[in-house]
Design a protein around this ligand. Structure first.
Ligand SMILES: Nc1ncnc2c1ncn2[C@@H]1O[C@H](COP(=O)(O)OP(=O)(O)OP(=O)(O)O)[C@@H](O)[C@H]1O
Length: 249
């Protein structure tokens, strides 16, 4: 089932085009990742889909009653503002402590309900933002560089959580990320943007496309191969492997 379709979408900011003639779609349950250099229109695309900015040309269709959960890049909260996680989750629609606890648990943030928002670590904050996005039981979860500022284990754990959430909620996931190898391995489809769609397809297809390599180089091909490798051999000893090639075996 198709959740969102953009046809020949053009978006201008103060007259200057950020995106031109973009065709895009996402289906139920898919994980789609948007890659692209700084200023290539990734956030603009996401914000158009949530109808935060209008199209200058083209069309946007969304499935009827589509529920979207949006996890922003970051959230600025005034450090002098007392705001517990529970109260944050109750903005703007009040929820019960049980609902707050359930959403936090789904997002892997159990136990943070009474904490102050300004006292959370980067990883805890992202999980609270995820919990908030999950409250609407989304059909489509949108993440805009949600792991920016997290260390590598932190962001890997976050993406694993996203995969669990997708299975649990049956939602599609649309995300922007710069962490090429993790994201490429976790995505069904990758779209490479640079003001327009440069190339798109399954991760392996995109990684070998000349347009992608012109933007990102060929380095990620190796990383992708490591994460995608088929396990076609057995090991003659059962110690823990530390080699990168076994991280995703
Ligand atoms: N509100 C705005 N007003 C004017 N120009 C804007 C606005 N928002 C974005 N732009 C411009 O539109 C272009 C695309 O910006 P966008 O934020 O979508 O890129 P991005 O790919 O998400 O970048 P980054 O990776 O740096 O987050 C950039 O040239 C940016 O300067």
């Amino acid at each position: 089932m198709r959740l969102v379709t953009l046809r020949q979408a053009t978006i201008r900011h103060s007259g200057a085009p950020a995106l031109e003639n973009v065709d895009f779609h996402i289906d139920k349950g898919e994980i789609v990742t948007i890659l692209g250099p700084n200023g290539s229109g990734k956030s603009t695309l996401l914000r158009a889909i949530i109808r935060a900015i209008p199209l200058s040309a083209g069309t946007l269709e969304r499935a009827e009653n589509l529920r979207i959960g949006y996890v922003p890049q970051k959230l600025h909260i005034d450090p002098t503002l007392p705001l517990t996680v529970e109260r944050f989750l109750s903005l703007p629609v009040r929820i019960s402590p049980d609902e707050a606890e359930a959403a936090l648990s789904d997002a892997g943030a159990s136990g943070l309900r009474k904490r102050q928002m300004t006292g959370l670590s980067g990883g805890q904050m992202q999980r609270v933002l995820l919990a908030r996005a999950l409250l609407s039981k989304p059909d489509l979860l949108i993440l805009d560089e949600a792991t920016q500022g997290l260390d590598q284990p932190g962001s890997a754990a976050f993406y694993q959580k996203i995969e669990t959430v997708r299975q649990q909620f049956g939602c599609a996931v649309l995300m922007v990320s710069h962490e090429l190898h993790v994201v490429m391995a976790a995505s069904d489809r990758v779209i490479c943007l640079n003001g327009h769609v440069c190339c798109e397809g399954e991760p392996a297809q995109v990684a070998s496309a000349p347009e992608y390599q012109a933007l990102f180089g060929t380095g990620t091909l190796g990383a992708l191969a490591l994460y995608r490798h088929e396990h076609d051999h057995s090991h003659d000893c059962d110690h823990d492997h530390v080699g990168k090639g076994h991280e995703h075996a």
